[in-house]
Ligand binder design. Structure first.
Ligand SMILES: Cc1cc2nc3c(=O)[nH]c(=O)nc-3n(C[C@H](O)[C@H](O)[C@H](O)COP(=O)(O)OP(=O)(O)OC[C@H]3O[C@@H](n4cnc5c(N)ncnc54)[C@H](O)[C@@H]3O)c2cc1C
Length: 411
């Protein structure tokens, strides 16, 4: 017997988006999350301008803005040599997003709003229900095994959606999970009040051995995030708060801004976090969000990829789910894999390029000097990270030549 047409494992942005768009099309959806909401998530909490389009479609944009979410006009990135790249979302490159500003908002607030929107669309949500394994029959996923209030049970569905994040049980149990060899990074995140000179831009500070981010997340609170190579894991494990605060104290361009700041909560750590799925589907199952692919936090695209992935999956599969024909459903799942590739292929390339460049201070310093002078090139790159300029615009030979030639001739 079937408990729902679709079971969504995980009620983060990916799961809520998939559940919302499927339930809106009349599909019977059950969301299971091991957490009780509101729950927090280690994140820099920046939402690209194009996220607002999907939030609006989910009727979640007004509620998100009503929390006091900050509006960000663009990004500032400081290179190890002190060069500052300044890029804005509203620019003269001929592309415009759904909004010309990004948002920054606490995940405790955002994720609860999104899950409630899935509920309002008709999805059933069970919190504090941890999926421990898949239920299979003849090589096909037929449901999940769940642990809830100390009791194990099996729930059945035609489709199981793994939206259970970076360490996805669904991806692992189906043999789809792969850990990337590079870049292996870990992150530390906390929230502060009273950080000096916080403005309307997300800020990144790239260093020889990591990067540091600051963003206003509304209501006088600043999200402070530090990402370092996994080779520093032992130091972090020894005392993560000390590691975090030392990092700030040792850098004069940061230390001054924290002289009157108060840390509002313990420093949290996560990682290593580079991973991907061999493919985003299996007969009877699909992966979405971090469970399918993890985007490096530097470009701040994970939440968009999660929301867009859920929207895409629902668009491609809703009719087949409604038909109740499993072979149609599997065909729709292969179509989902192709559409994901089309949608995200360029971004994966840009992410890898950016990851390589920031790992090499010599190269990044030179490129930063160019982008500091060439606002047009910086705006285009920030637009790609904002998810409204197609990635191909910065992958074109002309863009690359502009960047590399002027970087080569800098003195
Ligand atoms: C340091 C850091 C900074 C980041 N900064 C940004 C940023 O500024 N902007 C941005 O866009 N992205 C950022 N990201 C990425 C972003 O956080 C993720 O891409 C996004 O949260 C993915 O959403 P998701 O729904 O796939 O997964 P998640 O948000 O992780 O949600 C997964 C859900 O699944 C549930 N779950 C997990 N396992 C089970 C189980 N076995 N059974 C039931 N439920 C389960 C969890 O409780 C959780 O609610 C950052 C990531 C990191 C690590």
């Amino acid at each position: 017997m079937r408990d729902a047409q679709v079971i969504v494992v995980g009620g983060g942005p990916a799961g809520s988006s998939a559940a919302y768009f499927l339930a809106s099309q009349g599909v019977d959806v059950l969301v299971l999350d091991r957490a009780r909401f509101p729950r927090d998530k280690v994140c820099a909490e920046y939402l690209s301008p194009e996220c607002s389009r999907i939030l609006d479609r989910m009727d979640a944009l007004n509620a998100t803005e009503a929390t006091g979410a900050a509006h960000l006009e663009g990004m500032r990135v400081r290179a190890p040599n002190g060069a500052v790249i300044h890029g804005e979302f509203a620019a003269n490159h001929g592309f415009s997003g759904f909004r010309d500003r990004g948002l920054a908002v606490r995940r405790t607030l955002l994720d609860s709003i999104l899950l409630n929107r899935a509920r309002s669309a008709g999805a059933h949500v069970t919190e504090a229900a941890r999926v421990t394994d898949m239920s299979m029959h003849n090589g096909r996923v037929t449901g999940v095994q769940v642990l809830q209030q100390g009791k194990h049970q099996t729930l059945h569905a035609d489709l199981v959606i793994g939206a259970d994040g970076l360490r996805s049980v669904v991806a692992r149990r189906l043999g789809l999970h792969r850990a990337s060899r590079w870049p292996r990074r870990i992150a530390l995140v906390s929230h502060y009040s009273g950080v000096d000179a916080i403005g309307r831009f997300g800020e990144m500070f790239v260093d020889k051995s990591g990067y540091f981010g600051l963003a206003d997340v509304g209501n006088g609170v600043t999200n402070v995030a530090l990402v370092v190579p996994v080779s520093r894991a032992a130091e972090v494990a020894a005392d993560r708060t000390d590691f975090f605060e030392q990092w700030i104290a040792e850098r004069p361009h940061l230390a001054g801004r924290f002289s009157n700041a108060t840390r509002l909560e313990p420093v949290r750590a996560t990682g290593p976090f580079a991973s991907f799925a061999k493919r985003p589907w299996f007969p009877g199952a699909a992966l979405v969000g971090d469970a399918a692919d993890f985007f490096d936090p530097f470009t701040g695209e994970g939440i968009y990829a999660a929301l867009r992935g859920g929207e895409l999956l629902a668009d491609v599969t809703a009719t087949a789910i409604g038909s109740g024909k499993l072979d149609s459903l599997d065909r729709a799942l292969t179509a989902y894999a192709s559409r994901r590739k089309l949608e995200f292929k360029g971004k994966w390339k840009v992410e890898r390029l950016v990851g390589s460049v920031i790992s090499s201070p010599w190269v990044f310093n030179r490129i930063a000097l160019t982008l500091q002078k060439r606002r047009d090139l910086a705006d285009l790159l920030v637009g790609v990270a904002g998810d409204f300029v197609p990635a191909r615009e910065v992958l074109r030979p002309r863009y690359m030549m502009n960047l590399l030639l002027s970087a080569t001739f800098h003195r």
